[in-house]
Design a protein around this ligand. Structure first.
Ligand code: PRX
Length: 655
């Protein structure tokens, strides 16, 4: 199946309106209702968000100013006091939701657990007290490196409860990647597990933590709290490592939520950029709580009876905002699944939908393409009739995959919400509202109320309908990232300086290319910088290059992505070797494995190509454009006059 091309998308004219039955029961049930909200928010954003903050969240103390905007630094709900763990837990306990399922969890081997709001609250308080006993105080950073088990969410909520910003590191990242993130965040405690079950194997998490912390490599880390999941043999370092199951029984379940300033840091989440060093995206408390709450409520048209399942991992922003904080703040039932579709169990997702009567299902295009390959017999042999809304996120969805999702999973009745957003934005930016917005396959449709998005050229001028340009956002929104951790300068030049302010208005530069059609619908085409999108995971070309050149055999490396049927994009590396090393299949395999141990399995190059030289400009810059063409097997496009040595290209083409 092909990836979306500009031509195929330009021809995409199909329109899918929500059914009248769906619209009638929806919170926002018509396009007019959406437009009204949009206008209201655009006219007076501060009043719009203040009204929602008042209505939707519990505050210990109200703010005295809604927004303080000193571009590019925004503050929301100044002097407001709030705790997101309180909003996700305590406030539901005084209602009938006390005994409602907060988390439904299904383990890969088939074990399962359900935690009601009261039970989740109890465990969060216990873990918060354990963290305090381990010396964590308000403001200390805590690293979380976990499998997809309830304790991952418990750990996040426990940190939030005591005001210790968490930094979750995806369990698929290697020890090296974990170390770099813990170092930058200066974490005091790490919460991990002995391991997790994934694709019929045990992912050994604790050994990776040991490796990352070896020889006091991260001096800030004093304690490691270990959750028992797989029960395989692991080493416990005395004076440093403690077991959760040993401490929990004696931990008090009473731990009042700390009143946090609205602008206190809630978490740091590392994401890839254009340099080799991932950046620590900082999110704060009040604005993030509000925005994830409202977007989750409206985009998924949440009802009290919904069983909502987002298939992301808590290690990514999708897991933060739409497995943990958004759904729980709304008092919804959020389902967590530890496993992944695998050859031994290609129907496992549909089993979970059937077993729990999932009503809202949110996944990524790469997963949808994988399901298509696995065959329709798997979904077709399960009862999926409970589903009422489908969602997608992470990369542009090709219209063919959209239509398959609509027909085979959605029985042609479930609205599909294609949500465009980023780690940096905290929550949905472009998205249909399922009862209101007619959808077009491949388009994330229209901006969420309060989001002033546009497509502009490099000078900040809006481009005409259907013309490609850069996706920007004009006005701050509550869950906008506040800065890059310890690096305001990087925040400024990554997001605010590529495109200059226009008519005095600062433009947030998302890094994506897009166009807007004649109906104002947005079509996101993908990154315009050196960031790849591998199976919906963001990865910098420079990160993979740095990993490759850290191998003694490698002199130089240039990394690009090439289209891939299932993953969307795949890593393709061009490598030149140090003098004495000869190219071989063994070395290729070794280099691939080296990248895995430097970053993680998501970065494993699909292909490594050895070459004598890389195409460069006269000033020594690698011309990646040509390499992308070569990797994709396309004709070379673009100007070659700036090239230093034209024979390099001939050799690469011949090779
Ligand atoms: O290129 C866009 C793509 O994913 C990038 C953000 O990646 P990350 O911060 O890891 O967050 C992913 C989950 C929110 C964006 O710059 N992207 C995300 N959603 C979509 C998308 N591209 C097209 N359509 C989407 N719905």
């Amino acid at each position: 199946m092909s990836q979306p091309t500009i031509e195929s998308i330009l021809q995409e004219k199909r329109l899918f309106a929500p059914t009248p039955e769906f619209s009638q029961q929806a919170t926002i049930g018509s396009l007019e209702a959406y437009q009204q909200l949009y206008e209201q928010a655009a006219t007076d954003p501060a009043a719009f968000w203040a009204e929602l903050a008042d209505k939707e969240l519990d505050w210990f103390q109200k703010w005295d100013q809604v927004l303080d905007w000193q571009p590019p630094f925004a503050k929301w709900f100044i002097n407001g006091k709030i705790n997101i763990s309180y909003n996700c837990l305590d406030r539901h306990l005084t209602t009938w939701r006390k005994n409602k399922a907060a988390l439904i969890w299904e383990g890969e081997p088939g074990d399962s657990r359900t935690l009601t709001y009261a039970q989740l609250h109890r465990e969060v308080c216990q873990m918060a007290n354990v963290l305090k006993d381990l010396g964590v105080v308000k403001g200390d950073r805590v690293g979380i490196y976990m499998p997809m088990i309830p304790e991952a969410a418990i750990a996040m909520l426990a940190c939030a409860r005591i005001g210790a910003p968490h930094s979750v590191v995806f369990g698929g990242f290697s020890a090296e990647a974990l170390k770099a993130r813990l170092l930058d965040a200066e974490a005091k405690v790490v919460i991990t597990a002995d391991g997790g079950f994934r694709k019929d194997k045990i992912v050994p998490l604790k050994p990776a933590v040991d490796e990352a912390l070896k020889d006091n490599a991260v001096p800030s880390v004093q304690k490691v709290l270990v959750v028992q999941r797989t029960e395989q043999e692991i080493e416990m370092v005395s004076d440093r490592d403690v077991w959760w199951h040993e401490l929990q029984p004696n931990a008090s379940a009473n731990c009042p939520a700390e009143p946090m300033d609205s602008e206190d840091m809630l978490f740091i989440l590392y994401t890839s950029g254009t340099t080799g060093q991932p950046k620590g995206v900082v999110h704060t408390t009040g604005g993030y709580n509000l925005y994830t709450h409202v977007t989750c409520k409206w985009t998924f048209d949440l009802k009290e009876t919904d069983v909502y399942w987002c298939t992301a991992d808590v290690g990514w922003i999708t897991g933060h905002s739409y497995i943990v904080y958004g759904p729980l703040s709304n008092g919804a039932t959020s389902l967590m699944y530890e496993g992944a579709p695998r050859a031994s169990n290609p129907g496992c997702f549909w089993d979970v939908v059937e077993k729990y009567g999932v009503t809202i299902f949110y996944t990524a295009p790469t997963a949808i393409r994988a399901f298509i390959k696995m065959g329709d017999q798997h979904p077709n042999s399960r009862d999926l009739s409970s589903l009422r809304i489908l969602g997608t996120v992470g990369e542009p969805i090709n219209p063919e995959a959209w239509i398959w999702y609509h027909k085979t999973i959605g029985n042609e009745t479930c609205p599909i919400v294609d949500t465009w957003w980023q780690t940096e934005t905290g929550g949905f930016m472009l998205t249909p509202l399922p009862g209101a917005t007619p959808t077009k396959p491949g388009s994330a449709t229209l901006p969420f109320p309060g989001i002033l998005a546009d497509i502009v050229d490099l000078e900040g001028n809006p481009v005409a309908a259907n013309e490609g340009g850069y996706l920007v956002v004009k006005h701050p929104w509550p869950s906008m990232m506040r800065t890059v951790y310890k690096n305001d300068e990087r925040f400024r030049n990554t997001y605010w300086e590529h495109i200059p302010p226009k008519d005095g208005e600062y433009l947030y530069f998302a890094g994506d290319g897009a166009r807007k059609d004649e109906d104002g619908y947005f079509w996101v085409m993908g990154r315009v910088d050196d960031v790849m999108n591998i199976s919906g995971h963001r990865l910098g070309t420079m990160e993979v290059e740095s990993a490759l050149v850290s191998h003694p055999a490698v002199a130089e490396a240039a990394v690009v992505s090439r289209p891939h049927e299932v993953k969307g994009e795949d890593v393709y590396a061009f490598v030149t070797l140090e003098g004495t090393h000869a190219s071989s299949d063994e070395l290729k395999a070794e280099l691939k494995q080296h990248v895995v141990s430097e970053i993680g399995a998501i970065a494993r190059p699909g292909e490594i190509r050895f070459t004598d030289a890389l195409p460069k400009t006269r000033s020594g810059k690698i011309i990646r454009r040509f390499l992308r063409n070569l990797a994709a097997g396309e004709e070379l496009v673009g100007d070659i006059s700036t090239m230093e040595d034209l024979t390099v290209l001939d050799k690469l083409r011949e090779g």
